[in-house]
Design a protein around this ligand. Structure first.
Ligand code: UDP
Length: 243
């Protein structure tokens, strides 16, 4: 694995298998490490928000979740070989955890989604222990209570799905206070596990148009999604001017 910097954000050039193996080791060491899965939107925001760049430096793994990140790297002639999506990483990791009887706490999404995701994961991965669940719409008072619940459960993995960049900031802020093996910020993954939203069909994913499929299915995302192609001119300008 090598770590590269794309538009100021640190990203790991790795493979899905290597990422899962490293995550299993970090989980065992229980050092408060966290995984982020930056996409093109994250990179665009991180250009002007320094804390997001710092978070990528502190991340144990920073996986290139989107084709936009790969496109930026290619324009900037940075060697970044493969996309590793958060959802595929999460599912492979959970499968491996299931083989070893490890535990996961699911945090995030709307009321009822984390529970539905837990039910589905119990069916799909029988050896996996679900250590707890919580929705992701909490006040600062609730947050203290949720952190206490997580610490009591002391899971091997905490999946954090609060939307980006909230989830990355949340993990960074709480990294030293939480008694967990490893944390991973995984966006809409709980909705997908719960069957609440579909992933794009394979053909769309292969050609890197998952974002377009999602915008057709969820039109309220359109203004956010229309920003994604901006990564191309921003990277070209960066290549020419170095900023
Ligand atoms: N979410 C949440 N709390 C919030 C905002 C969002 O739990 O305050 C959840 C939302 O319900 C969804 C997930 O975060 O399940 C990811 O949101 P989104 O699909 O926007 O993911 P992103 O594209 O930001 O990774």
């Amino acid at each position: 694995m090598t770590r590269v910097t794309v538009l100021g954000t640190e990203i790991d050039s790795t493979t899905p298998n290597e990422a899962v193996d490293r995550a299993m080791t970090a989980m065992h060491e229980r050092k408060g490490a966290f995984v982020i899965t930056p996409n093109a939107e994250y990179l665009l925001q991180a250009k002007t928000q320094r804390d997001l760049r710092q978070i990528s430096q502190s991340a144990f793994l920073s996986l290139p979740d989107s084709i936009g990140v790969l496109a930026a790297a290619r324009i900037l002639k940075i060697p970044l070989h493969q996309r590793v999506t958060g959802i595929d990483f999460a599912f492979s990791l959970l499968k491996k955890m299931g083989e070893r009887g490890r535990s996961v706490f699911l945090l995030g999404a709307r009321q009822g989604i984390a529970e539905a995701a837990a039910d589905r994961l119990r069916e799909l991965i029988p050896g996996l222990v679900i250590a707890g669940t919580s929705h992701g719409y909490f006040s600062s008072t609730d947050e203290k209570r949720i952190c206490e619940r997580i610490n009591t459960a002391s899971p091997d993995l905490l999946i954090v799905c609060l939307g980006s960049p909230r989830q990355e900031r949340w993990m960074y802020k709480n990294a030293s206070a939480l008694h967990v093996g490893l944390m991973a910020g995984l966006g809409g993954t709980l909705d997908v596990f719960a069957g609440n939203v579909d992933r794009a069909p394979e053909g769309w994913r292969k050609i890197g148009l998952e974002w377009l499929y999602r915008s057709i299915r969820e039109p309220k995302r359109i203004t956010r999604i229309l920003r994604i192609p901006l990564i191309i001119p921003v990277s070209l300008r960066y290549r020419v001017r170095g900023k």
